[in-house]
Design a protein around this ligand. Structure first.
Ligand code: IDP
Ligand code: MG
Length: 141
């Protein structure tokens, strides 16, 4: 069973969309195997998005991701990484397909309510960024 790392970003938490977003995720067949509410510092947000360090939006991204609480989750499903990217939609909500989480709830390319890992390798790294092995509950018969 494959896993991916999702984060309900600070805009999603501020808009009180935690429940609505998790409902979409569960209805799409993903099982939540780890979850918490936390707040990134600028340093930890910068580390999480280090791959984008040279991009023009990096400073804005770090500010935004450390601007409030977020909800990281590890999700489990067959083909979890690719299927979750499909469920969240394009980075820019204006370009996201109908019914996707970003199309439904996001307001801009920066504040786009949800993160999803882009590869199996990154899913493992990003999962370990937020959770220890003890936090991950492999159950769900
Ligand atoms: P992704 O989240 O769809 O994988 P990435 O290109 O990896 O998109 O960018 C990471 C995050 O950086 C985006 O989700 C978004 O929050 C932010 N971001 C990406 N492009 C822009 C931009 O042009 N302006 C502002 N923020 C951006
Ligand atoms: Mg990405």
């Amino acid at each position: 069973m494959e896993r991916t790392l999702a984060i309900i970003k600070p805009d999603g938490v501020r808009k009180q969309l935690i429940g609505a977003i998790i409902d979409k995720i569960e209805r799409a067949g993903f099982k939540v195997v780890a979850l918490k509410l936390t707040r990134l510092t600028k340093a930890t947000a910068g580390e999480f998005y280090a791959v984008h360090k040279e991009r023009g939006f990096y400073g804005e991204l770090v500010e935004f991701m450390s601007s409030g609480a977020c909800v990281p989750m590890i999700l489990e499903k067959d083909n979890a990484v690719a299927d979750f990217r499909t469920l969240i939609g394009a980075t820019d909500p204006a370009k996201a397909a109908d019914g996707t989480i970003r199309k439904l709830y996001a307001s801009s390319v920066g504040e786009n309510v949800i993160h999803g890992s882009d590869s199996i390798e990154n899913a493992k790294l990003e999962g370990a960024f937020f959770f220890s092995t003890q936090d991950v509950v492999a159950m769900h018969a």
